[in-house]
Design a protein. Structure first.
Ligand SMILES: Nc1ncnc2c1ncn2[C@@H]1O[C@H](COP(=O)(O)OP(=O)(O)OP(=O)(O)O)[C@@H](O)[C@H]1O
Ligand SMILES: [Mg+2]
Lengths: 236, 293
């Protein structure tokens, strides 16, 4: 059964139609990549799923529940966590306070402590810097923090918006190894990436978005070998 | 010795400004708007205390508590009706609405209570304190005002640092969308901020009118503007900035009135503000972008 089902989604910014009636779905435990050029509408789709933007038309079904009209702040307690584009860590709060914020909707202190331990295992750098203001972290560290913060809610589904943006090749590798780990843990993942090659290498399936329309979809390996995709997104 | 008395009175007046400035600064930090009706909430709160004490005979403390409850509710209602629909509007539209709310409160009070000033009886009825063989005489209102201001600052700091709701305020003030992704209801947090700010306005009103006992529908306007100045002075969005700005403003005003000119004291206050803003556009403790509340 599909965990996430997006049907005929239309999103407008004023008079401009950014998403022009797209449909896609994600099965439980899948890692699905969403690739497309700048301004194609990738971020808009993620924002609409987590309720930061209201769609003009269409439905979003998550675990069988229609979440199209649910206020954004209720989404995370349904098990869906969104790592937004540009990290959006709370710059004036410490690393620790940011991580605690990720567990805002959770009640059990002991379980939160356990999740915190796992997050620190994956991001030892964050533990070293737990009392540092998040705004003073390096870009890579902020990305780690944004992902760690999202994991603090113990999500069943992750939405990642360009997690490798602006990172060094080494850092990119590290980020993808975390994504891979989450995938293996059974977390369903929707991954938006500019680094299409890397994303397609890790993903099970992929969708290609062009100015608000899905123009191609299928197995990640097939998309990786598609001539058009190669030309447009892989630079070969 | 006169100087010490003036200084203490300045700190006391500044404490009132600081309490009012908290309301401006918190709302600005979290809702990114200037609530120009804030000063008039002070006036409404003071009328409630006045009516309860003079007409109904309620003792001071319960009267203040009722006033806090009414103002808190008023703050929430103002936010819901006037500001919430404008969440995505331009800041100019919000500013004009706030000025409208301010006039609405002033004119409603004019209609309900009349324009003639009422004599407000102090909510603090303790003997004054004499120091240095009676050369320094400090009224109990002055002392209570400073103490209340310190208590409020401590309570608020602890609230923000230690409670989930306080942390939610910090998160919303930095990034409303990111806060929403964490599961924080930004609207409820903004509502809470207005509630706290307006509750504090009620306390400020009680203290201000105890020190300056003439109450009219325009009573809130001047301390409101000065407290707003204090908030900008200290760095709008910063809680310690509100305290520092308020105290400095009060001291400058009282010393200016005593030693320079009583007519010019307000002009001096605003001149200092302009100089500070020329040197430090973000105010004394104000930080750059993103560093709110
Ligand atoms: N708040 C907004 N108001 C108006 N137009 C917007 C707004 N946000 C996005 N858009 C427009 O919608 C379109 C899709 O933007 P979106 O941010 O979803 O693209 P994207 O695929 O995430 O791009 P990128 O890879 O650069 O992040 C763009 O044309 C953009 O200019
Ligand atoms: Mg984007």
């Amino acid at each position: 059964m599909a965990v996430l089902e997006v049907k005929d989604l239309v999103v407008n910014y004023g008079l401009i139609q950014a998403i022009k009636g797209i449909s896609f779905e994600i099965e439980e435990g899948e890692l699905v990549a969403l690739i497309g050029a700048n301004g194609a509408g990738k971020t808009t789709i993620l924002h609409t799923i987590t309720g930061l933007i209201q769609p003009k038309a269409g439905t979003i079904i998550y675990n069988g529940q229609d979440i199209t009209k649910i206020p954004g702040y209720k989404i995370v307690s349904l098990g869906m966590s969104h790592v937004p584009e540009g990290r959006r860590v709370f710059a004036n709060l410490t690393v620790m306070e940011n991580l605690k914020m990720g567990a805002y909707t959770r009640k059990d202190k002991k379980e939160i402590e356990e999740t915190l331990k796992t997050v620190f295992e994956h991001f030892p750098r964050l533990e070293e810097r737990k009392n540092q203001a998040a705004g003073t972290l390096s870009g890579g560290e902020q990305q780690m923090l944004a992902m760690g913060r999202a994991l603090m809610s113990k999500p069943k589904m992750l939405l990642l918006d360009e997690p490798s943006m602006g990172l060094s090749p080494l850092m990119v590798k590290e980020v993808f190894s975390i994504i891979d780990y989450c995938h293996k843990e059974g977390i369903t993942i929707l991954l938006v990436e500019q680094n299409a090659k890397m994303a397609l290498n890790y993903a099970d399936r992929a969708y290609v978005l062009e100015t608000g329309n899905i123009t191609l979809s299928g197995d990640a390996k097939d998309i990786l070998n598609n001539d058009q995709v190669k030309k447009a997104y892989l630079g070969v | 010795m006169d100087f010490i008395t003036h200084l203490i009175n300045g700190i006391s007046l500044g404490s009132v400004y600081a309490i009012i400035a908290l309301g401006y600064t918190m709302v600005y930090g979290i809702a990114k708007m200037l609530n120009f009706a804030h000063g008039d909430v002070i006036m409404v709160g003071s009328y409630i205390i006045f009516l309860l004490m003079s007409n109904v005979g309620v003792p001071a403390i319960p009267a203040v508590i009722i006033s806090i409850i009414v103002c808190t509710t008023l703050g929430i209602v103002i936010e819901k009706i006037a500001y919430k629909p404008l969440r995505r509007a331009t800041s100019l539209a919000v500013l004009i609405t706030a000025i409208g709310v301010s006039y609405f409160l002033q004119n409603s009070s004019l209609l309900l209570f009349g324009s003639d000033p009422k004599v407000f009886s102090s909510v603090v009825n303790l003997p004054s304190i004499k120091l240095a063989n009676g050369m320094i005489n400090i009224s109990s209102t002055t002392i209570v005002t400073v103490v209340v201001c310190i208590l409020i600052m401590i309570a608020l700091t602890l609230f923000i640092k230690k409670t989930k709701a306080g942390q939610a305020m910090l998160a919303v003030s930095e990034d409303k969308d990111a806060a929403s992704l964490m599961g924080i209801n930004a609207n409820a947090t903004i509502s809470l901020t207005f509630a706290i700010g307006s509750g504090l306005a009620a306390i400020a009103g009680a203290l201000f009118c105890s020190a300056y006992p003439s109450l009219s529908p325009y009573t809130g306007a001047m301390p409101g503007i000065k407290a707003f100045t204090a908030a900008v002075f200290g760095g709008i969005g910063s809680i310690p900035g509100a305290l520092l700005g308020g105290i400095l403003l009060g001291v400058i005003e009282i010393l200016g009135r005593a030693y320079i000119s009583s007519q010019l004291s307000d002009a001096i206050v605003f001149a200092v503000l302009i100089i500070v803003l020329l040197v430090r556009p973000t105010g004394i403790l104000g930080k750059k972008l993103h560093e709110k509340v």
